[in-house]
Design a protein. Structure first.
Length: 322
């Protein structure tokens, strides 16, 4: 059922999202072209993942952290969870294309580094940003949560230390052939999704966007469109007065605050929605905090990463988390 008195007008513009995605792709192409023409700090894709020992830690981690966040993966050959996490981090390092550097540290061969970082168990993942160490997570963590942690790390690097990453030259290896990217026939699916949204067929829109993301998980228009459709699904049928009263009466009720934030955002009250959830993150812990943080990141997707309100909310969230 289409929600009454509910409009996303002014909240998200799918055409603008598509344009932003295309602009990002062009920017990546420009960076690669600059690298081919001798641009600064150009590296090959394989240089995004390095093995580090105690002797090279200062030059390969501390010094490099002045230009790009360095993620440290503490692992060992006998550690089964490490064998699952390691390849995932390596794939993400390639996908993020120079926004962070992955340094792998074998704890059996580098006991001093393990002691210096106070590591009690592995896998353990830290980051070094402008010479400052930050704990990220320990043990097996879902990919979605790792991505969100990396996004926050990159945000901190950019906003607090001016770290914009390193330039990657995709033609530096494999005989100069850039990796092929299969775009897929998405236009029809995206048009169908938007038509479904206009008709109030939220389930149809959600499925259409998921079909695109199943083939291209990083597709920006589909990701933001899905976030929009899921938001509208959550607020469909809500009684605004009852939701707002429940949130006001029970500030510690996480579900009540999530519902009120969804309602705020769907109604165009973006800063109210973000502020409510940042404050809820601040006063919660454990699974409740994770649930609120994940919802806030979803709401960021609805608005778009380039919106200044998202930038401000990310800064507020980083202050609460770190």
């Amino acid at each position: 059922m289409q929600p009454r008195n509910m409009s996303m007008s002014g909240v998200v513009d799918l055409a603008a999202v598509k344009a932003a995605g295309e602009a990002k792709a062009k920017a990546e192409q420009a960076r690669a072209e600059a690298a081919r023409q001798g641009g600064p700090a150009a590296v090959s894709p394989s240089a995004l993942v390095i093995d580090v020992d105690e002797a090279g830690f200062e030059s390969e981690v501390l010094q490099r952290s002045a230009e790009v966040p360095v993620v440290l993966d503490f692992w060992a050959e006998w550690c089964e969870p490490c064998k699952q996490l390691g390849p995932l981090l390596e794939r993400l390092a390639a996908e993020y294309n120079g926004r962070f550097l992955l340094a792998k540290i074998d704890v059996d061969a580098n006991q001093m580094l393990m002691q210096q970082f106070g590591i009690q168990g592995i896998p353990a993942v830290f980051a070094v940003v402008a010479g400052q160490a930050l704990p990220l997570f320990q043990g097996a963590v879902p990919e979605a949560q790792i991505r969100e942690t990396l996004d926050q790390l990159i945000q901190i690097g950019e906003e607090r230390f001016g770290l914009t990453g390193i330039v990657v030259d995709p033609d530096a290896e494999a005989g100069g052939a850039a990796p092929a990217h299969h775009a897929g026939p998405y236009d029809a699916l995206l048009e169908a999704a938007m038509s479904a949204l206009d008709a109030g067929d939220l389930a149809g829109a959600v499925q259409a966007y998921r079909n695109v993301l199943a083939d291209d998980p990083a597709h920006p228009e589909a990701a933001l469109g899905l976030a929009q459709a899921e938001l509208l699904t959550r607020v469909s049928g809500m009684d605004p007065a009852a939701v707002r009263k429940a949130a006001a009466d029970a500030p510690a009720d996480v579900d009540a605050q999530l519902a009120a934030a969804d309602l705020d955002l769907a109604g165009g009250h973006v800063q109210d929605a973000f502020g409510r959830l940042v404050e809820t993150v601040r006063r919660t812990a454990g699974e409740d905090r994770d649930a609120v943080r994940l919802r806030l990141l979803k709401l960021f997707e609805v608005i778009g990463a380039d919106d200044p309100r998202v930038t401000a909310a990310r800064q507020a969230l980083a202050r609460v988390l770190f």
